[in-house]
Design a protein. Sequence first.
Length: 318
Amino acid sequence: MKTFILFFCLALAVQTSYAQKDVYFKLNHILGTSSFAFNQSTPNDVGSDFQITRLQYYISNITLHHDGTQTPVSNKFILVDANTVTNELLGNFAVTTLDSISFAIGVGNAENHLDPTLYAANHPLAPQAPSMHWGWTAGYRFVAIEGVSGVSMSDVFQMHCLGDNNYKTKTIVTTGNAVNSDLEVVIDADYAKALSAIDVTAGVISHGETGAARTVLNNFNALVFSNGSMSVPVTKLENINIAVYPNPVRVGQALQIEVDQAFETSVEVYDLTGKACQNMNYSPDDQSIRFMDSGWYILNIKKDGKTIATQKISVTNE
């Protein structure tokens, strides 16, 4: 009987330790010290001020490194739009301890030269508007970044980056974040580094596999991504000092909002689908919010009906 009980306990322990988890891949879209936004001026490392008006790219060949093994995420392609939330379910996997995640920017050779019209309309590799496909020979645009630059922001830059020779896999060391029974792999993506070492002051047009387009892809592989924080800085749309803390915040804990000027503000909270959040209590007297459910939320701070700041909030049960 004792042997049976011991065997049962060991079997239960093994089963529990390798329990299946939904694994999510999340990107914090950042531009320097702020959350990413279109038409937001920022300098790169060579002093060129620029504003981004389009930024899309593919992520593929995702592999989870965990528990002494590697688990490929088969047939997963993510078309990232830096101006929208990236929160992708990779699948349900037996992961106990995540060590790192690897992924490539672009589309691998096997799919890069197939016919986009063969995919279902909602598939990331299906025809897009604006287009992410260059042509039969060249394949997909791995990264499409466009914007304006110069003193008066009147010079146009465009880098459409492609090419099988530029398809590389990178690895980010991360343990992920446990949220309830799920595992969130959060990666920071700082797009100010996408134009590192590129002087865009007078505008640059580079479409293809070489030149500035290749430098952008090299920057994505070497500089843009890092192990993610649970939050990103407050994006201020006016020159007003605003603090939102703590972030992450626990369910039921007070999330404080501090504004350094004496005027009334209101707060709007949405979940990541864009639906107004009802599961929270907002106290305008002490400018605090208490969330009833865990998850990710978008906070809009408003003055006179105009949004003056936004913040992405993580609410946990721990």
